[in-house]
Design a protein around this ligand. Structure first.
Ligand SMILES: N[C@@H](CCC(=O)N[C@@H](CS)C(=O)NCC(=O)O)C(=O)O
Length: 258
């Protein structure tokens, strides 16, 4: 199989890549890495450490937007780029706003809520890993916690409050910008919807999806998640998932669509 995805469980950027591969029904091998220990492996392949990274036709591609673009370049259907130039530019601009502005800010609030319970943090990011790796990962977390905070900019004053502001801005944005079609750019599903729903899934936790975290959730995290469930933007995310996200859960190994 010539497509391989190196990813993190429950990460929004990785969810974008998984979603595109799934909706285009492109068979691939998926491997979940542990955040932290992933660095050496990803850096060796791509010269940087962020996931997702995708091997396509022998080349490693880093970055969810570049990955989606490369899959489009292969002509796999359905296309996630509107044919009309103006609508396509709108879709790509919305994807960029979610990827580069709202995504990292919302992630700070998400990670802060998750870091309140390191056992649960392990349950989320080491989901699917063998028992011994889970044990070692949990033991390392008290020391690694500071690096997670620093690496994601959570240690800056006001970062978590700003993440919650970004979440409300982004939820309001989808309510305001979704057209009569139910999509953010044009009349069909596009990269804009996938980027927006994947980023917002951090706070919406869409049921029966690869972004639905292990249950029961840690109390503090459950409280944070509960706070936005009644927002109409959260209802849009749940509907997009119900209508367009075939996969109910994430898995590793060979992914086929027979
Ligand atoms: N702009 C990148 C962002 C990817 C990103 O931030 N990935 C995070 C997980 S959500 C990551 O792998 N962080 C670990 C690292 O950068 O070493 C994309 O669109 O893929």
């Amino acid at each position: 199989m010539d497509i391989e995805l190196l990813q993190f469980r429950y990460s929004p950027y990785n969810e974008k890549a998984r979603w595109a591969l799934d909706i285009k029904r492109l068979p691939h091998v998926r491997r979940s890495l542990l955040p932290g220990p992933h660095m050496g492996q990803v850096k060796k392949l791509t010269g940087q450490t962020a996931t997702p990274v995708l091997k396509l036709d022998g080349h490693w591609i880093a970055g969810s937007a570049a990955i989606l673009q490369a899959l489009e370049g292969r002509g796999a259907i359905p296309s996630l780029l509107p044919a009309d130039r103006e609508t396509r530019e709108r879709a790509l601009a919305i994807e960029k706003r979610f990827d580069e502005d709202w995504g990292p800010r919302i992630r700070r609030a998400t990670l802060d809520a998750l870091l309140g319970d390191l056992g649960y943090f392990r349950d989320v990011f080491a989901d699917g890993q063998p028992p011994l790796r889970r044990l070692i990962y949990r033991a390392a977390l008290p020391l690694a916690k500071g690096m997670v905070r620093k690496g994601n900019g959570i240690d800056r004053p006001g970062a978590v409050a700003d993440g919650n502001v970004a979440l409300d801005e982004a939820l309001d944005f989808v309510v305001r910008e979704v057209g009569a079609s139910g999509y953010l750019a044009g009349d069909t599903l596009s990269v804009a919807d996938i980027a927006a729903a994947s980023m917002l899934a951090m706070a919406v936790d869409p049921p029966n999806s690869p972004m639905s975290r292990p249950k029961p959730m840690a109390a503090g995290f459950a409280t944070w998640i509960a706070r936005r469930q009644d927002h109409p933007g959260a209802a849009w995310v749940r509907r997009l998932y119900a209508d367009h996200r075939g996969a109910r859960r994430d898995s590793d190994g060979a992914i086929r669509y027979d």
